[in-house]
Design a protein around this ligand. Structure first.
Ligand code: ACO
Length: 428
């Protein structure tokens, strides 16, 4: 069924096509509206603007639904592995046995990085935030693999770049951590398991044994699955828009890492723990901090609460909350911060301010508590998120290039000065 929308401006009507998705979502296509009317649409923060048609991830924020390529997130988190989910997101279907084995093998083959990358790492001060280090090292891959610069040349090269970046991001992440510690780096390859190898590279100390507990690597793998894609969020839109200029995948992902870093996006997982620590140090008075979050004159926000699209519950947060309890119990960790988090959540879910604005705990509210229990330092939380989100960024970048989407270039409404003449410096 083809339907149109009608927009009336100053008595004149314009007919616009309506686009329908496979889940019956509909949108008004305004692509030709400007040429017909001379008007643009204005939407700060793209709160109600679709930027693309995508077949990767479906989410319904009202119903709390999240599916990758049609598969519900809870099924994937329970039954799949991170690399299998990465394959699914990037190539569109669940791999058969051989496909998954070949994919994993290729990832393990590429985890080693060029020794010169250590020189770049050494150039960073030891207090550099690992997110800045990670984005720089990812971007440096453009120099080590110049054939990746023109992704239109060969999809075989693109597939190689995909395997390389998934493989090397764990080495970079672990090295960023080691650099911050002032410790020598560990090389990849001890384990044939993505998260176990990452943990080994992060935590093995010279001359000491380090065994990865299966409960820890499985919990981390599950967290990576939950973060693997989330359709057109801030960092993914960044990746797509940078890639739309035909910049390479490495450059586009590096930009996505920077977008993820901010506390309103992926950086919230670090901010949540810092907030919970501050509340604890302040005596644990959750009512006081709730009042701060509601005070419009106070810039404080309850970190880990609220979401641009989830207005009911974040399905990832529900899975993580259960996982947090299980992991803490399995590891015998008694974290007082978990009690503060649960207390805050309980108060917020009953509070009119939060209820009216549909503010619920998001994925980052409990993820930091699990990361802490797994022994991951706070500054590395957002790095873990970046590793998890990588397959999503790649899938979205690839889809955008395969569909030959045009360069991203929004318009604006100018509100500055009207034309005026230049004034010489001595006459101002
Ligand atoms: N604490 C207190 N008030 C909040 C919060 C919060 N965490 N989040 C939103 N609000 C209030 C706003 O002040 C606003 O109130 P108003 O209508 O009276 O002005 C209203 O709720 C709507 O908030 P917006 O900022 O307009 O919502 P938006 O969709 O632009 O922002 C965001 C969403 C950025 C996630 C926001 O809720 C927030 O800052 N949360 C805290 C940071 C966070 O947890 N980010 C992680 C998100 S998940 C992710 O990116 C992986």
């Amino acid at each position: 069924m083809s339907i149109n929308a009608e927009i009336k401006v100053n008595g004149k009507s314009y007919e616009l096509p309506v686009v329908e998705g496979t889940e019956k979502e509909i949108a008004i296509d305004i692509g030709k509206f400007r040429s017909a009317s001379g008007l643009i649409t204005l939407d700060f923060g793209f709160k109600n603007t679709g930027s693309t048609k995508s077949a990767i991830t479906f989410l319904d924020g009202e119903k709390g639904i999240l599916r990758y390529r049609g598969y519900p997130i809870d099924q994937l988190a329970e039954k799949s592995s991170f690399l299998e989910v990465a394959y699914l997101l990037i190539f569109g279907s669940l791999p058969v046995k051989d496909e998954l084995e070949n994919f994993q093998e290729s990832i393990y083959e590429h985890t080693l990085v060029h020794e010169d990358i250590k020189k770049i790492l050494d150039g960073f001060p030891s207090n550099a935030h690992p997110m800045g280090v990670l984005s720089s090292l990812i971007c440096s891959l453009t120099a080590f693999y110049p054939e990746s610069l023109d992704p239109s040349s060969s999809w075989k090269d693109v597939n190689l770049s995909i395997n390389r970046i998934i493989a090397k991001i764990t080495t970079f992440a672990a090295w960023a951590h080691k650099h911050q510690q002032g410790h020598p780096v560990n090389y990849p390859g001890k384990y044939e398991d993505y998260t176990a190898d990452l943990l080994h590279m992060m935590f093995k100390l010279p001359g000491k044994e380090y065994e990865v507990k299966p409960v820890v690597s499985r919990a981390l793998d599950q967290l990576l699955i939950l973060h693997a894609d989330h359709e057109q969020n801030c960092s993914t839109s960044t990746v797509r828009i940078v890639g739309s200029s035909h910049a390479s995948m490495y450059a586009s992902v590096s930009a996505g890492i920077n977008a993820l870093w901010g506390p309103l996006h992926g950086g919230a997982n670090q901010a949540v723990i810092e907030m919970l620590e501050a509340i604890k140090a302040d005596g644990g008075d959750t009512d006081k901090w709730m009042a701060k979050a509601k005070d419009k004159d106070d810039p404080f926000r309850l970190m880990g609460f609220g979401h641009r699209v989830y207005k009911n519950f974040d399905p990832r947060a529900n899975i993580i909350k259960v996982a947090a309890d299980e992991v803490l119990e399995a590891l015998g960790v008694d974290d007082p911060i978990l009690e503060i988090a649960k207390g805050l959540e309980e108060v917020a879910l009953r509070d009119d301010y939060f209820v009216e604005r549909k503010l619920y705990p998001n994925v980052d509210f409990y993820s930091g508590i699990i990361y802490r229990a797994l022994g991951i330092p706070t500054e590395m939380f957002t790095v873990m998120f970046a590793i998890g989100r990588l397959p999503g960024w790649i899938a979205q970048w690839k889809e955008m290039r395969e569909n030959k989407e045009p360069i991203g270039r929004p318009r604006q409404i100018y509100i500055g000065e009207n034309e005026r003449d230049y004034v010489a410096i001595d006459q101002r």
